[in-house]
Design a protein around this ligand. Structure first.
Ligand code: SF4
Length: 243
């Protein structure tokens, strides 16, 4: 009998698609019965257009969840509208925090200054968890090269208690991302040319100097490296998700 724990499903999918290219992983993932209901989560950041383009080619009606923290750069909001229209994505859903909770926990919009984790929970993690509750799996743009916590990233990862994460670009190098964008003539986020190779919320993202880690501008000066968008047993878990 088939072992259907979350771990075994992820292992089976990794085995099945081990030698597939990113586009093929994505193409199969949106129709593989082992995945169920799938959505793409996109920040419409510096490299997001790669996955958005792939989705537009294989499943333009796939739900694309965009978390508007209401702290984003205006350029990101404009880029989101522009890219969605140009690529013909027909199911982009803008997710925002519950405004009653925002008024209660961050009435003057300064929570990020003294408790960034609480701010990310309020504005990103909790709204995303709510939006993902109707899905069995979600597609992310995470890649191994981005930081040490992601060095062992696989195409498919278990996200207990019951969801899978799909990382079609897990094995891509920085050069692959750039080449794909050039080859497909994809529009760049306007802040990349201004020294932002990784783009999050405006108060928590700064430009990066030549030679610095591309993510050095995210939460600069603090230990924080991830938004905390991980869930274990329904609870938020920061940093690397245990295997
Ligand atoms: S990145 Fe900064 S502003 Fe955005 S949700 Fe997190 S702490 Fe708040």
């Amino acid at each position: 009998m088939l072992d259907d724990t979350l771990d075994s499903r992820a292992a089976r999918l990794n085995d099945r698609y081990r030698h597939h290219a990113a586009t093929e992983v994505l193409r199969r993932a949106v129709s593989d019965p082992d995945l169920g209901r799938v959505a793409l989560v996109s920040s419409f950041g510096a490299e997001s257009v790669v996955l958005l383009h792939m989705v537009s080619r294989v499943a333009p009606g796939l739900p694309v969840l965009f978390i508007d923290t209401q702290m984003l750069f205006p350029e990101t909001l404009e880029y989101q509208r522009d890219v969605s229209a140009r690529l013909g994505l027909t199911n982009v859903q803008v997710i925002r925090a519950d405004q009653t909770q925002v008024a209660r926990q961050d009435p003057d919009g300064t929570l990020h200054q003294f408790d960034a984790n609480a701010c990310c929970d309020l504005r990103k993690t909790v709204p995303l968890e709510g939006a993902l509750s109707g899905y069995d799996a979600w597609i992310t743009g995470r890649k191994r090269f981005q930081n040490n916590d992601r060095a062992a990233l696989e195409f498919f990862e278990p996200e207990p208690p019951s969801r899978l994460r799909i990382n079609p670009l897990a094995h891509w190098r920085a050069e692959d991302v750039q080449e794909y964008m050039v080859e497909n003539n994809l529009p760049r986020h306007p802040l990349v040319a201004k020294g932002y190779p990784s783009i999050g919320c405006a108060p928590c993202t700064s430009p990066v100097k030549p030679g610095e880690d591309p993510r050095a501008g995210r939460w600069r000066g603090s230990d924080k490296t991830e938004c905390g968008i991980h869930f274990i047993g329904g609870k938020i878990v920061r940093g690397k998700v245990p295997a």
